[in-house]
Design a protein around this ligand. Structure first.
Ligand SMILES: [Cu+2]
Length: 497
């Protein structure tokens, strides 16, 4: 296969993609096309119990099922504890948690806790495969700020298909600082999960695999929490939406249909220092955003995604066949005639203490190159690419050398973006992040601290979160070790019965 940059830079995109079996889908605009008349499904809160030792215990079962995205038409899907997606896990900072994962699928999978700070052996990456009919019970102490995290499979080479079939769910963390702000917090009422995915559907309404653009499969329709054409009945004057891009490849530019600004309060790893009013919020796969929306009685407003070549980081000719000009209606909000008064949100949300760059112990370079490689190499589960000494601050320079965007996700830690091509990051990238959209020919300077969890034999991952790219090998491994220790690989995977 030709390199991605070659494909994207020339005028022969369609021909080149056709040569390797993928033709980018044409432009899509669903705005105003269909009434949004299906009530938004809200993923159930996961049940849990507190064991004698104080551990909060959840159970997740990966299973095959069927989902009626269209009434009366079943599609084959996978889900956790149900037919599609999974329940929302909620825990408090300081809590010890354990998740009893079982696999009722006919194939091995994993469950990765995206955005979570935890030991590598609990991370749910490709080294923690759960075989069919097997179980796995990772446990750790929640030790990070309130945030909207999520979970999804991470099997080597097959993450795209497992997520696309429906294996994903939210993992919400709370803490005292967040509670003190009085933000909307009633789940499914004024604190609303919005899991956005794209999908293809047949004329009959059965879900089908979408066409691939350079980024991967791009569906020509959106579903939110598994609901087609969703609306949500708003009963409060102030609503908090937790946006998760759980798509495998598509990047969104979320806006409101009436032009009101997007009021962003939190990114991947937690609250911003202050809310910021944006024209749009861009989310690439895996990224999250918490936004507030103020409603007046009786009004209706549509959450949309309106991508442009500039926001997509694509030249116009490439953008047109790779989602870079697509527009979608996403979710209609319908305000009741009487609304509960909304809380007033303080101007200052939380304090984020900047890392001191003078403390950087190690600087590493990651070049996102052509051909699904990082630093010229494809993922090898038997190779540790980077060895990090515990209790140090690191600077990771991530350089996208391609003519097309990628993304960069780091396991274990939340990082700060110190600079983008030498300039300070915009406010929406100035908080805690675990995944960034990397624009073409752009360099990102990330600062991150590795405080604990040294384990020389179990690596964490860093990778492009365009899942097709990740599956093709755009991923590497790092181990966190004690000073002077060397990383060693443990053979095979964990099989607990
Ligand atoms: Cu990529």
């Amino acid at each position: 296969m030709a390199s991605l940059s070659t494909l994207a830079a020339g005028g022969l995109i369609a021909v080149a993609f056709a040569g390797c079996g993928i033709v980018g889908p044409g432009p899509v605009d669903t705005t105003g096309a269909t009434p949004f008349d299906e009530p938004l499904a809200i993923p159930p809160l996961a049940e849990s119990h507190v064991a004698a030792d104080g551990t909060r215990v959840f159970a997740l079962d990966a299973r095959a099922g069927a989902t009626e995205f269209t009434a009366g038409v079943e599609s084959d899907t996978w889900g956790f504890n149900g037919g599609y997606l999974g329940p929302t896990l909620v825990a408090d900072r300081g809590e010890q948690v354990r998740i009893d994962v079982t696999n009722s699928l006919e194939t091995a999978t994993t469950v990765h806790w995206h955005g979570m700070h935890l030991p590598a052996a609990m991370d749910g990456g490709p080294h923690q495969m759960v075989e069919p009919d097997a179980s796995w019970s990772p446990a750790w102490r929640i030790d990070q700020p309130a945030a909207t995290l999520w979970y999804h499979p991470h099997p080597h080479g097959e993450t795209e298909s497992h997520v696309a079939r429906g294996l994903a769910g939210l993992f919400l963390l709370h803490d005292e600082a967040e509670r003190a702000l009085g933000l909307p917090g009633e789940y499914g009422v004024d604190d609303v999960p919005v899991i956005v995915q794209d999908a293809g559907f047949s004329r009959d309404g059965e879900r089908e695999d979408p066409q691939r653009g350079y980024a991967g499969g791009l569906g020509d329709e959106l579903i939110v929490n598994g609901t087609r054409h969703p609306y949500f009945d708003v009963t409060d004057a102030l609503v908090r939406l937790r946006l998760l891009n759980a798509s495998t490849a598509r990047t969104y530019a979320f806006t409101w249909s009436d032009g009101r600004p997007i009021e962003l309060i939190a990114t991947d790893g937690g609250l911003l220092e202050a809310s910021v009013a944006l024209d749009h919020v861009r989310l690439s796969p895996g990224e999250r955003a918490e936004v507030l929306v103020r409603m007046t009685p009786g009004e209706t407003v549509m959450l949309q995604s309106r991508m442009t070549p500039e926001i997509a980081g694509l030249v116009p000719a490439v953008a047109a066949t790779n989602g870079g000009t697509d527009a979608f209606d996403v979710l209609e909000l319908r305000a009741a005639g009487d609304l509960e008064p909304g809380a007033s949100v303080p101007a200052r949300l939380v304090e984020i203490v900047d890392f001191d760059a003078a403390d950087v112990a190690t600087t590493r370079h990651f070049e996102l190159g052509d051909g699904f490689e990082i630093n010229g190499e494809a993922m090898d589960p038997g190779r540790i690419d980077e060895t990090v000494t515990v209790n140090t601050l690191e600077r990771w320079i991530v350089e996208n050398r391609n003519a097309v965007p990628h993304s960069f996700h780091v396991h274990d830690v939340q990082f700060r973006v110190a600079s983008i091509d030498g300039a300070p990051p915009p406010p929406e990238m100035a908080g805690w992040k675990d995944t960034i959209f990397t624009e073409p020919e752009t360099t990102y300077e990330l600062l991150m601290r590795f405080d604990d969890y040294a384990d020389p034999s179990t690596p964490y991952m860093y990778h492009c979160h365009l899942l097709w790219h990740e599956d093709q090998g755009m991923m590497g491994q790092f181990a966190v070790v004690e000073p002077g220790q060397r990383a060693t690989m443990s053979e095979g995977t964990h099989h607990e019965h």
